[in-house]
Design a protein around this ligand. Structure first.
Ligand SMILES: [Zn+2]
Length: 335
């Protein structure tokens, strides 16, 4: 993904569309729209960390078209949800053949595959599934095929919650991103139907994914911010694991060397390579130069709006408990 052109061309971030939406979960609190956060929807839920393992026994699908998408936009939340008990699986839809360093296509595919596995390891995900569609060309495939494979995986793994690009995100230029997101949103509820791909039900059970954390690079209805303060270093590590493409990898070392060649240094980059890579990602990629390098606002500034050190922003859709059941419970009388 040619990050630099994309970022400079589409820097009009922050134009969020207000709407009313919020739902309560474990340690979630509602935050009223404040002067500091005019762009979020009326009620933003601030999802805080629970030390009670509330998600034990549940399954999380972490879905990315490219090996650096989750590290860029949602790795902190993924690490938090795994910490809270989920068993997580990584699903990558493209083969990253057009991305990053490597003389040949095969080399790039192999390098990115290694990085993708390294990202899964850093974030504590059980294993990764690669769907292998050609990078930058996912709009040439019949989306029904992609939906069919995702429906099977959601049933096989009995996925309860997923993290992925927002299918309704606007101004998204990369077809791999919006095709993956649309296939995921359709497949996640069809997986619960017994009428879609009924032959699969000979080996797997129907299962609906009921909670979705959708992230976007463009304007989006943000109704949830997740406190990732305890997991921001994991996010940094996942970005450093992307050696083949993206703003992480060894870019800190490259910057340090470039400055040294000019007889200069930045104290924030420290005196060794690991510190240079780590602090470059934490200070520049996630904060100071986030708009330019990632195309989204700083995670530090996103957190500050809600009194958090670091945060990630999402359009969250969660299970909506039936009010009829509740009414019957409270009002039904025996005859
Ligand atoms: Zn991507």
């Amino acid at each position: 993904m040619k990050r630099r052109n994309f970022i400079s061309k589409n820097l009009a971030m922050g134009a969020l569309i207000p709407a009313s939406c919020a739902s309560f979960g474990f340690t979630d609190q509602k935050a009223k729209k404040t002067e500091a956060s005019p762009a979020a929807c009326d009620d933003v839920v601030v999802e805080k960390l629970s030390e009670e393992q509330p998600h034990k026994g549940k399954v999380l699908a972490v879905i990315q078209p490219h090996c650096d998408d989750i590290p860029f936009f949602a790795a902190g939340t993924v690490a938090k949800l795994i910490y809270e008990g989920y068993t997580g699986y990584l699903i990558r839809t493209s083969n990253d053949e057009a991305a990053g360093s490597g003389a040949s296509t095969g080399e790039r595919v192999l390098n990115n595959e290694k990085d993708n596995d390294a990202v899964a390891k850093v974030l504590g995900l059980k294993r990764s599934y690669d769907l292998g569609y050609a990078n930058h060309r996912m709009d040439e495939y019949n989306i029904q095929e992609i939906k069919g494979r995702l429906i099977f995986l959601f049933r096989l793994l009995q996925v309860d919650t997923l993290v992925c690009f927002d299918p309704w995100g606007t101004y998204e230029e990369n077809p791999d991103h919006y095709i993956t997101a649309r296939a995921v949103e359709a497949a996640r509820w069809m997986a619960g139907m017994s009428t879609d791909y009924p032959e699969q039900l000979e080996v797997v059970k129907p299962h609906t994914v009921t909670a979705m954390y959708y992230f976007a690079r463009g304007p989006q209805i943000v109704n949830r911010v997740v406190d990732i303060s305890k997991f921001v270093d994991k996010k940094v590590e996942s970005l450093i694991a992307c050696k083949t493409q993206g703003a992480g990898g060894d870019n800190g070392v490259l910057l340090k060397k470039m400055l040294a060649d000019k007889g200069q240094k930045l104290s924030v980059l420290g005196d060794d390579d690991d510190t240079a890579n780590f602090n470059y990602v934490k200070e520049f990629v996630l904060d100071i130069d986030s708009d330019h390098l990632r195309g989204v606002p700083s995670d530090r500034k996103s957190g500050a709006k809600y009194g958090l050190e670091w945060a990630e922003r999402f359009h969250y859709i969660g299970p909506s408990p039936s009010k009829t059941d509740k009414f019957i419970q409270e009002n039904a009388v025996s005859i």
